[in-house]
Design a protein around this ligand. Sequence first.
Ligand code: SF4
Length: 358
Amino acid sequence: MLVSKSITAERSLAASPFPPNGQSLGAFRRALLRWYDHHHRHLPWRETRDPYRIWLSEIMLQQTRVAAVLEHYRIFLQRFPNIQSLAAASEDTVLSAWSGLGYYRRARMLHRCAQRIAKQHGGCFPPDSKALIALPGIGRYTAAAIASIAFDEPVAVVDGNVERVLQRLVGKERTAIALTTPQTWQLAQELLATSRPGDFNQAMMELGATVCVPGEPRCAFCPVRKWCGTIAQENGAPSARGMLKPPSAPPIKKKLWCWLSLRNGDIRLVQRPREASLMPGMWELPQSAEAPPAWKTASHWRTFRHSITITNYTVHVLRSIRADHSAAPRGKWIALDSVSQLPITGLTRKILKADGII
Ligand code: SF4
Protein backbone atom coordinates (compact mmCIF):
# COMPACT_ATOMS: atom_id res chain seq x y z
CA MET A 1 0.00 0.00 0.00
CA LEU A 2 1.24 3.50 -0.75
CA VAL A 3 2.35 5.38 2.35
CA SER A 4 -0.11 8.21 1.73
CA LYS A 5 -3.06 5.78 1.58
CA SER A 6 -1.80 3.96 4.64
CA ILE A 7 -1.57 7.16 6.66
CA THR A 8 -5.01 8.34 5.59
CA ALA A 9 -6.53 4.99 6.49
CA GLU A 10 -4.96 4.97 9.95
CA ARG A 11 -5.93 8.52 10.84
CA SER A 12 -8.50 8.73 13.61
CA LEU A 13 -8.72 12.52 13.41
CA ALA A 14 -11.09 14.67 11.45
CA ALA A 15 -10.08 14.80 7.79
CA SER A 16 -6.60 16.24 7.43
CA PRO A 17 -5.24 17.83 4.24
CA PHE A 18 -2.05 15.72 4.30
CA PRO A 19 -0.92 13.70 2.42
CA PRO A 20 -2.30 15.46 -0.65
CA ASN A 21 -3.37 13.48 -3.69
CA GLY A 22 -4.71 14.15 -7.16
CA GLN A 23 -5.01 17.87 -7.88
CA SER A 24 -4.09 18.70 -4.33
CA LEU A 25 -0.73 16.95 -4.79
CA GLY A 26 -0.05 19.06 -7.88
CA ALA A 27 -0.93 22.20 -5.91
CA PHE A 28 1.36 21.12 -3.05
CA ARG A 29 4.29 20.65 -5.43
CA ARG A 30 3.67 23.96 -7.19
CA ALA A 31 3.40 25.86 -3.89
CA LEU A 32 6.67 24.45 -2.63
CA LEU A 33 8.55 25.03 -5.90
CA ARG A 34 7.21 28.57 -6.26
CA TRP A 35 8.36 29.36 -2.73
CA TYR A 36 11.78 27.82 -3.43
CA ASP A 37 12.19 29.81 -6.65
CA HIS A 38 11.63 33.08 -4.79
CA HIS A 39 13.11 32.43 -1.37
CA HIS A 40 16.00 29.97 -1.56
CA ARG A 41 19.41 30.98 -0.31
CA HIS A 42 21.90 31.59 -3.11
CA LEU A 43 24.70 29.16 -2.40
CA PRO A 44 27.57 28.35 -4.78
CA TRP A 45 26.63 24.67 -5.16
CA ARG A 46 23.15 25.71 -6.26
CA GLU A 47 24.55 27.63 -9.22
CA THR A 48 25.88 24.49 -10.89
CA ARG A 49 24.85 21.07 -12.18
CA ASP A 50 28.41 19.77 -12.15
CA PRO A 51 28.19 16.48 -10.19
CA TYR A 52 31.71 16.99 -8.79
CA ARG A 53 30.76 20.31 -7.17
CA ILE A 54 27.40 19.01 -5.95
CA TRP A 55 29.03 15.90 -4.47
CA LEU A 56 31.71 17.99 -2.73
CA SER A 57 29.10 20.29 -1.19
CA GLU A 58 26.99 17.35 0.00
CA ILE A 59 29.97 15.71 1.71
CA MET A 60 31.13 18.99 3.30
CA LEU A 61 27.62 19.79 4.53
CA GLN A 62 27.32 16.52 6.46
CA GLN A 63 27.40 17.51 10.15
CA THR A 64 28.69 20.99 9.23
CA ARG A 65 26.80 24.28 9.02
CA VAL A 66 26.46 26.10 5.69
CA ALA A 67 28.30 29.17 6.99
CA ALA A 68 31.30 27.03 8.00
CA VAL A 69 31.37 25.25 4.63
CA LEU A 70 31.30 28.26 2.30
CA GLU A 71 34.94 29.37 2.59
CA HIS A 72 36.31 25.80 2.73
CA TYR A 73 34.32 24.92 -0.38
CA ARG A 74 35.80 27.84 -2.33
CA ILE A 75 39.38 27.11 -1.28
CA PHE A 76 39.05 23.36 -1.81
CA LEU A 77 37.80 23.91 -5.35
CA GLN A 78 40.69 26.26 -6.08
CA ARG A 79 43.07 23.52 -5.00
CA PHE A 80 41.18 20.61 -6.60
CA PRO A 81 39.01 22.00 -9.41
CA ASN A 82 37.95 18.59 -10.74
CA ILE A 83 37.85 14.89 -9.96
CA GLN A 84 41.19 14.24 -11.70
CA SER A 85 43.14 16.74 -9.60
CA LEU A 86 41.60 15.33 -6.41
CA ALA A 87 42.30 11.73 -7.42
CA ALA A 88 45.94 12.54 -8.24
CA ALA A 89 46.66 14.26 -4.89
CA SER A 90 48.22 12.50 -1.91
CA GLU A 91 45.99 11.74 1.06
CA ASP A 92 47.98 14.13 3.24
CA THR A 93 47.41 16.98 0.78
CA VAL A 94 43.67 16.30 0.76
CA LEU A 95 43.53 16.14 4.57
CA SER A 96 45.46 19.38 4.75
CA ALA A 97 42.93 21.09 2.45
CA TRP A 98 40.13 19.66 4.59
CA SER A 99 41.70 20.97 7.78
CA GLY A 100 39.25 22.96 9.88
CA LEU A 101 36.12 21.13 8.67
CA GLY A 102 36.51 18.19 11.06
CA TYR A 103 35.18 14.64 10.65
CA TYR A 104 38.22 13.72 8.57
CA ARG A 105 36.84 10.34 7.58
CA ARG A 106 34.78 12.30 5.06
CA ALA A 107 37.95 13.63 3.41
CA ARG A 108 39.48 10.15 3.21
CA MET A 109 36.34 8.71 1.64
CA LEU A 110 36.14 11.68 -0.73
CA HIS A 111 39.68 10.99 -1.88
CA ARG A 112 39.04 7.25 -2.22
CA CYS A 113 35.86 7.92 -4.20
CA ALA A 114 37.68 10.32 -6.56
CA GLN A 115 40.33 7.67 -7.20
CA ARG A 116 37.66 5.04 -7.93
CA ILE A 117 35.84 7.36 -10.36
CA ALA A 118 39.12 8.22 -12.10
CA LYS A 119 40.10 4.57 -12.37
CA GLN A 120 36.83 2.80 -13.09
CA HIS A 121 34.60 5.46 -14.65
CA GLY A 122 37.04 7.42 -16.81
CA GLY A 123 36.89 10.42 -14.46
CA CYS A 124 33.10 10.91 -14.92
CA PHE A 125 30.42 10.40 -12.28
CA PRO A 126 28.06 7.54 -13.16
CA PRO A 127 24.75 9.28 -13.95
CA ASP A 128 22.29 7.28 -11.84
CA SER A 129 21.72 6.75 -8.14
CA LYS A 130 22.16 2.96 -8.20
CA ALA A 131 25.69 3.23 -9.61
CA LEU A 132 26.54 6.21 -7.39
CA ILE A 133 25.62 4.35 -4.21
CA ALA A 134 28.25 1.72 -5.01
CA LEU A 135 31.03 4.33 -4.66
CA PRO A 136 33.00 4.84 -1.40
CA GLY A 137 31.43 7.31 1.02
CA ILE A 138 28.23 7.74 -1.02
CA GLY A 139 25.09 6.59 0.80
CA ARG A 140 21.47 6.63 -0.24
CA TYR A 141 20.96 10.30 0.54
CA THR A 142 24.09 11.55 -1.28
CA ALA A 143 23.44 9.33 -4.31
CA ALA A 144 19.89 10.67 -4.60
CA ALA A 145 21.03 14.27 -4.17
CA ILE A 146 23.67 14.01 -6.91
CA ALA A 147 21.43 12.01 -9.28
CA SER A 148 18.43 14.33 -8.93
CA ILE A 149 20.28 17.66 -8.99
CA ALA A 150 22.96 16.88 -11.58
CA PHE A 151 21.16 14.30 -13.74
CA ASP A 152 17.41 15.00 -13.21
CA GLU A 153 16.74 11.48 -11.95
CA PRO A 154 13.33 11.43 -10.22
CA VAL A 155 14.56 10.07 -6.92
CA ALA A 156 13.73 11.66 -3.55
CA VAL A 157 16.19 12.58 -0.80
CA VAL A 158 15.60 12.34 2.94
CA ASP A 159 17.98 14.10 5.30
CA GLY A 160 17.27 15.27 8.86
CA ASN A 161 15.47 18.38 7.58
CA VAL A 162 13.21 16.49 5.18
CA GLU A 163 12.37 13.91 7.82
CA ARG A 164 11.32 16.62 10.30
CA VAL A 165 9.16 18.35 7.67
CA LEU A 166 7.42 15.09 6.75
CA GLN A 167 6.82 14.07 10.37
CA ARG A 168 5.24 17.46 11.03
CA LEU A 169 3.20 17.39 7.85
CA VAL A 170 1.62 14.09 8.88
CA GLY A 171 1.07 15.59 12.36
CA LYS A 172 2.71 12.80 14.26
CA GLU A 173 1.96 14.02 17.82
CA ARG A 174 -1.78 13.68 17.87
CA THR A 175 -2.19 10.96 15.30
CA ALA A 176 0.60 8.88 16.85
CA ILE A 177 1.54 7.96 13.29
CA ALA A 178 5.23 8.74 13.41
CA LEU A 179 6.69 7.64 10.10
CA THR A 180 9.23 4.85 10.12
CA THR A 181 12.40 5.41 8.11
CA PRO A 182 11.21 3.34 5.11
CA GLN A 183 7.85 5.15 5.19
CA THR A 184 9.62 8.51 5.24
CA TRP A 185 11.60 7.62 2.12
CA GLN A 186 8.54 6.29 0.37
CA LEU A 187 6.41 9.31 1.23
CA ALA A 188 9.17 11.66 0.03
CA GLN A 189 9.19 9.71 -3.23
CA GLU A 190 5.40 9.98 -3.61
CA LEU A 191 5.49 13.74 -3.09
CA LEU A 192 8.42 14.35 -5.46
CA ALA A 193 7.73 16.60 -8.44
CA THR A 194 9.22 14.47 -11.20
CA SER A 195 9.38 17.40 -13.63
CA ARG A 196 11.96 19.17 -11.39
CA PRO A 197 13.30 16.51 -9.01
CA GLY A 198 16.52 18.33 -8.09
CA ASP A 199 14.73 21.59 -7.28
CA PHE A 200 11.95 19.81 -5.39
CA ASN A 201 14.45 17.92 -3.25
CA GLN A 202 16.35 21.11 -2.50
CA ALA A 203 13.06 22.87 -1.73
CA MET A 204 12.14 20.25 0.88
CA MET A 205 15.58 20.54 2.47
CA GLU A 206 15.47 24.34 2.34
CA LEU A 207 12.04 24.36 3.97
CA GLY A 208 13.43 22.29 6.85
CA ALA A 209 16.56 24.43 7.14
CA THR A 210 14.90 27.85 7.09
CA VAL A 211 11.16 27.57 7.97
CA CYS A 212 10.24 24.20 9.47
CA VAL A 213 13.26 24.47 11.75
CA PRO A 214 13.96 22.42 14.90
CA GLY A 215 12.24 23.83 17.99
CA GLU A 216 9.71 26.45 16.92
CA PRO A 217 8.75 26.14 13.24
CA ARG A 218 7.97 29.42 11.45
CA CYS A 219 4.57 28.26 10.23
CA ALA A 220 3.38 31.74 9.27
CA PHE A 221 5.95 31.73 6.45
CA CYS A 222 5.39 28.15 5.34
CA PRO A 223 4.25 27.65 1.74
CA VAL A 224 2.61 24.29 2.52
CA ARG A 225 0.90 25.14 5.81
CA LYS A 226 -2.56 24.52 4.41
CA TRP A 227 -1.62 20.84 4.01
CA CYS A 228 0.09 20.54 7.39
CA GLY A 229 -1.24 18.05 9.92
CA THR A 230 0.58 19.80 12.78
CA ILE A 231 -1.18 23.09 12.01
CA ALA A 232 -4.51 21.30 11.63
CA GLN A 233 -4.26 19.60 15.01
CA GLU A 234 -2.58 22.28 17.10
CA ASN A 235 -4.27 25.35 15.77
CA GLY A 236 -0.94 27.07 16.29
CA ALA A 237 -0.58 26.18 19.97
CA PRO A 238 3.12 26.64 20.66
CA SER A 239 3.15 24.36 23.71
CA ALA A 240 2.52 21.26 21.65
CA ARG A 241 5.12 22.33 19.08
CA GLY A 242 7.76 22.43 21.74
CA MET A 243 7.30 18.69 22.11
CA LEU A 244 8.52 18.14 18.57
CA LYS A 245 12.11 18.50 19.67
CA PRO A 246 13.50 15.77 21.94
CA PRO A 247 15.51 17.07 24.89
CA SER A 248 19.20 17.09 24.01
CA ALA A 249 21.83 15.42 26.19
CA PRO A 250 23.89 17.82 28.33
CA PRO A 251 27.40 18.39 26.93
CA ILE A 252 30.37 16.60 28.51
CA LYS A 253 33.07 18.84 30.01
CA LYS A 254 36.76 17.91 29.88
CA LYS A 255 40.13 19.55 30.42
CA LEU A 256 43.19 19.28 28.20
CA TRP A 257 46.76 20.54 28.39
CA CYS A 258 48.71 21.33 25.18
CA TRP A 259 52.41 22.10 24.81
CA LEU A 260 53.36 24.85 22.34
CA SER A 261 57.08 24.33 21.95
CA LEU A 262 59.20 26.29 19.45
CA ARG A 263 62.90 26.01 18.56
CA ASN A 264 64.89 27.75 15.80
CA GLY A 265 61.99 28.02 13.36
CA ASP A 266 60.61 24.56 14.24
CA ILE A 267 57.58 23.48 16.22
CA ARG A 268 57.02 20.26 18.13
CA LEU A 269 54.09 18.26 16.72
CA VAL A 270 52.79 14.73 17.19
CA GLN A 271 51.13 12.58 14.56
CA ARG A 272 48.05 10.70 15.75
CA PRO A 273 48.12 6.95 15.15
CA ARG A 274 46.89 5.87 11.70
CA GLU A 275 44.51 3.45 13.38
CA ALA A 276 43.01 6.05 15.81
CA SER A 277 39.22 6.19 15.60
CA LEU A 278 39.26 9.99 15.75
CA MET A 279 41.29 12.08 13.27
CA PRO A 280 43.74 9.26 12.36
CA GLY A 281 47.11 10.41 10.97
CA MET A 282 46.49 14.10 11.73
CA TRP A 283 49.17 16.27 13.36
CA GLU A 284 48.63 18.13 16.62
CA LEU A 285 50.42 19.78 19.52
CA PRO A 286 51.59 17.33 22.20
CA GLN A 287 48.80 17.08 24.72
CA SER A 288 47.67 15.42 27.91
CA ALA A 289 44.39 14.87 29.68
CA GLU A 290 46.18 15.20 33.03
CA ALA A 291 47.63 18.39 34.47
CA PRO A 292 51.44 18.18 34.04
CA PRO A 293 53.19 17.77 37.41
CA ALA A 294 55.99 20.34 37.41
CA TRP A 295 56.73 21.71 33.97
CA LYS A 296 59.84 23.65 34.85
CA THR A 297 60.54 24.69 31.26
CA ALA A 298 57.04 25.96 30.39
CA SER A 299 54.53 28.55 31.53
CA HIS A 300 50.80 28.85 31.12
CA TRP A 301 50.12 30.93 28.00
CA ARG A 302 46.38 30.94 27.23
CA THR A 303 43.13 29.05 27.79
CA PHE A 304 40.88 28.08 24.88
CA ARG A 305 37.38 26.64 24.63
CA HIS A 306 36.97 23.93 22.04
CA SER A 307 34.06 21.59 21.25
CA ILE A 308 34.13 18.23 19.51
CA THR A 309 30.65 16.76 18.99
CA ILE A 310 29.07 16.84 22.49
CA THR A 311 32.31 17.36 24.45
CA ASN A 312 33.31 20.87 25.53
CA TYR A 313 37.04 21.14 26.28
CA THR A 314 38.81 23.71 28.37
CA VAL A 315 42.31 23.74 26.84
CA HIS A 316 45.28 25.13 28.76
CA VAL A 317 48.20 25.92 26.46
CA LEU A 318 51.72 25.87 27.92
CA ARG A 319 54.61 27.58 26.15
CA SER A 320 58.32 26.82 26.37
CA ILE A 321 60.15 29.52 28.27
CA ARG A 322 63.76 28.55 27.87
CA ALA A 323 66.09 27.22 25.24
CA ASP A 324 66.65 23.84 26.92
CA HIS A 325 64.56 21.44 24.87
CA SER A 326 66.00 18.24 26.24
CA ALA A 327 62.71 17.69 28.07
CA ALA A 328 60.57 18.43 25.00
CA PRO A 329 57.43 16.32 24.86
CA ARG A 330 57.11 13.39 22.47
CA GLY A 331 56.74 14.15 18.78
CA LYS A 332 58.87 15.62 16.00
CA TRP A 333 60.34 19.00 15.23
CA ILE A 334 58.60 20.35 12.10
CA ALA A 335 59.66 23.46 10.16
CA LEU A 336 57.15 26.24 10.82
CA ASP A 337 56.82 27.13 7.14
CA SER A 338 55.68 23.60 6.29
CA VAL A 339 52.99 23.36 8.99
CA SER A 340 50.25 24.75 6.75
CA GLN A 341 50.87 21.87 4.31
CA LEU A 342 50.22 19.26 7.00
CA PRO A 343 46.83 17.84 7.94
CA ILE A 344 46.48 19.38 11.42
CA THR A 345 43.60 19.03 13.85
CA GLY A 346 41.07 21.81 14.34
CA LEU A 347 42.23 22.51 17.90
CA THR A 348 45.89 22.80 16.92
CA ARG A 349 44.90 25.04 13.99
CA LYS A 350 42.99 27.28 16.40
CA ILE A 351 45.97 27.60 18.75
CA LEU A 352 48.53 28.19 15.99
CA LYS A 353 46.29 30.83 14.44
CA ALA A 354 45.96 32.61 17.78
CA ASP A 355 49.75 32.71 18.03
CA GLY A 356 50.13 33.97 14.43
CA ILE A 357 52.06 30.84 13.40
CA ILE A 358 49.68 30.09 10.52
S1 SF4 B 1 3.17 24.53 8.69
FE1 SF4 B 1 4.75 24.66 10.27
S2 SF4 B 1 5.01 22.59 11.10
FE2 SF4 B 1 3.87 22.42 9.15
S3 SF4 B 1 5.44 22.02 7.60
FE3 SF4 B 1 5.10 24.23 7.63
S4 SF4 B 1 6.62 25.07 9.08
FE4 SF4 B 1 6.49 22.83 9.42
